[in-house]
Design a protein around this ligand. Structure first.
Ligand code: MN
Ligand code: MN
Length: 459
């Protein structure tokens, strides 16, 4: 009999009609702009709020189109649906933060005539990937009077960029036999910031002991009116410089920094804005701190989401207990998956792996070594979710993150599951995840947006 076997479908095949290809390309171009503009949790949160405001959403729950933000890093948004909140909401989560190099609180050093900033890496990264590439500095510096000075340096053509120099091969013979974990020392991830020294004055004034460091302080003072102590209350993130780009002769791939998880932020937000008249109330929660364990007030283990749901219920349906809404809510944990790497296929179990171009990837469970730390979605829920996507002919696949006992990882799904709601991880699969240049598939981007929209509009 035909049609009995499970076959995952190609996004290229599904979206072969010229008008679909045009919509796909348009989405990819808009996404590339978002990715290029929003490289930090603050920039992603601000980008989301700007899009919400432009669509008529306002801060607080006075209207049926609402948003709330916490510390400019986490964002909640809701659109009131036709059904009462007591029947639950449709919620998609995603995270705004990505792995990067954070400047230390006392970053400035001078060694061998070179001025550098010491860093402490943020999230899980392969250290060697951060050497020998142009970096930009994004973030804020906060003065003692509360003024917040934004920094975004290294993106304009007229800006300088920064970098971590790598050791030349001629002097690295010894290192080539080291274990990877020993070969790259985190305390050597120092970002080059300067070279020019303060010179001995023509009036005979002595040059400072660390003249390059002194010059960097002068330049920072000129540009931002800051002193060295102001860097103590700063969040400066070294991220890959330059815009996201199409990759490949066919422009079928998008390359850029921070797609984990801004591809889900962008597609969920787009779907949320397009689903203008939903049956159920639709909600978004964009969290920060996912890459470092979801702790902190803007992370998923904080109470921010719960407080937003409480405020929403109080404003829109005060007679309904928040737990009732939570227990009836259906959620997607929007986070990226690992696509089968063409050169490292041995790390995947290919029958249960996500492939580039085969649509939105669901992950029933994350965790590792015996599903430890996983949400492990209920099959009743997976049955419903499948029906929602199949009804709109959207390509999707079901995948695990690598072979058993090889792969693993966590997402925020378990924080949502803690409220009793149904939730499953669902997001596009990337190549080179957590690298400075992550890759996503254009048809998968398109399928993700359509899938999230179908989820928001499902009855
Ligand atoms: Mn992620
Ligand atoms: Mn990640």
């Amino acid at each position: 009999m035909d049609g009995l076997e499970s076959v995952s479908r190609s996004g290229w095949e599904t979206y072969r009609a010229p008008e679909q290809r045009r919509a796909m390309d348009e989405l990819a171009r808009a996404y590339i702009r978002f990715l290029s503009d929003c490289k930090t949790e603050r920039e992603a949160a601000a980008g989301a709020v700007a899009a919400l405001e432009a669509a008529g959403f306002s801060e607080g729950f006075a209207s049926g189109r609402a948003w709330k933000s916490l510390h400019g890093k986490a964002v909640f948004a809701a659109r009131r649906g036709r059904r009462p909140l007591s029947e639950g909401v449709r919620l998609i989560s995603a995270h705004t933060d990505s792995p990067r190099l954070d400047l230390k609180q006392r970053p400035l050093i001078e060694q061998a005539g070179v001025g550098q900033a010491k860093t402490h890496y943020y999230g899980g990264l392969r250290k060697y990937q951060w050497f020998a590439r142009p970096l930009a500095l994004h973030g804020v510096i906060v003065k003692t009077d509360g003024r917040v000075i934004p920094v975004r340096l290294g993106e304009d053509d007229s800006d300088p960029v920064f970098t971590v120099a790598d050791l030349l091969p001629h002097l690295a013979h010894k290192d080539s036999s080291l274990k990877l974990s020993d070969a790259f020392d985190a305390e050597k991830l120092n970002v080059i910031l300067g070279h020019e020294p303060v010179l001995k004055g023509e009036d005979g004034r002595e040059a400072p002991k660390e003249p390059v460091r002194a010059r960097m302080l002068e330049l920072l003072h000129e540009a931002y009116s800051i002193r060295e102590d102001d860097l103590i209350s700063a969040e400066l993130e070294a991220v890959p410089a330059g815009p996201a780009r199409f990759v490949g002769l066919d422009r079928g791939i998008i390359g850029g920094y921070g797609q984990d998880d801004r591809i889900c932020v962008y597609t969920a937000l787009s779907a949320f804005l397009e689903a203008e008249d939903p049956e159920y109330t639709t909600c978004l929660i964009f969290w920060d701190k996912e890459e470092i364990g979801s702790d902190g007030s803007t992370g998923a283990s904080s109470r921010f989401f719960e407080y937003c749901m409480e405020d929403m219920a109080a404003a829109w349906e005060p007679a309904t207990a928040v737990r009732t809404i939570m227990m009836h809510t259906r959620a997607l944990s929007g986070d990226v998956h690992a696509a089968v790497d063409p050169d490292w296929q041995d790390r995947h179990e290919l029958k249960n792996a996500a492939f580039f171009g085969k649509g939105l990837a669901f992950c029933k469970f994350t965790g590792s070594r015996g599903k430890y730390g996983a949400n492990d979605a209920h099959p009743e829920y997976l049955g419903w979710v499948r029906s929602v996507l199949d009804a709109r002919n959207i390509p999707w696949q079901m995948a695990e993150l690598g072979k058993v006992d090889v792969g693993g990882g966590g997402t925020v799904a378990l924080f949502l599951a803690a409220y009793g709601m149904d939730v499953v991880d669902a997001g596009p699969a990337l190549l080179g995840m957590h690298s400075p240049f992550e890759l996503s598939s254009v048809p998968d981007l398109y399928a993700a947006k359509l899938a999230y929209r179908a989820f928001f509009e499902a009855e």
